[in-house]
Design a protein around this ligand. Structure first.
Ligand code: HEB
Length: 88
């Protein structure tokens, strides 16, 4: 389930992998340290804000909560934490 108890990896697998798995449409690919490094350097507050509210960057457009606005903020943040851990 995607409740508060859901792990970041679960949420990633349901809502983020469609773009971040293969790096579709400019999305930084999971585990791509070269793409993630400068993003991680921005700090978690910016990464959370961009994942929750969406933004347009140099490579493309990140939709708010990946387009799944029913997701809890805590689950989106946990998915970011998972992606950051894979990008280090
Ligand atoms: Fe994303 C980016 C997260 C889904 C597309 N993203 C991103 C980031 C993050 C994320 C953290 C980084 C930021 C910065 O750098 O600041 N996502 C995420 C999550 C999810 C997602 C957690 C689930 C919820 N995405 C998604 C989807 C898509 C995307 C589904 C498609 C549709 N993204 C994206 C892009 C990008 C991102 C394109 C890049 C932009 C630029 O340019 O930078």
């Amino acid at each position: 389930a995607m409740g508060a108890a859901g792990s970041g990896q679960d949420t990633y697998g349901k809502a983020c992998v469609v773009c971040h798995g293969a790096g579709v449409a400019g999305a930084p690919k999971l585990g791509d340290k070269g793409d993630w490094g400068p993003r991680i350097a921005q700090g978690n507050d910016i990464l959370y804000k961009h994942a929750l509210e969406g933004y347009t960057g140099k490579k493309g457009m990140m939709p708010p909560k990946g387009g799944n606005t029913a997701l809890a903020d805590a689950d989106v943040k946990a998915a970011v934490d998972y992606m950051v851990a894979q990008g280090k």
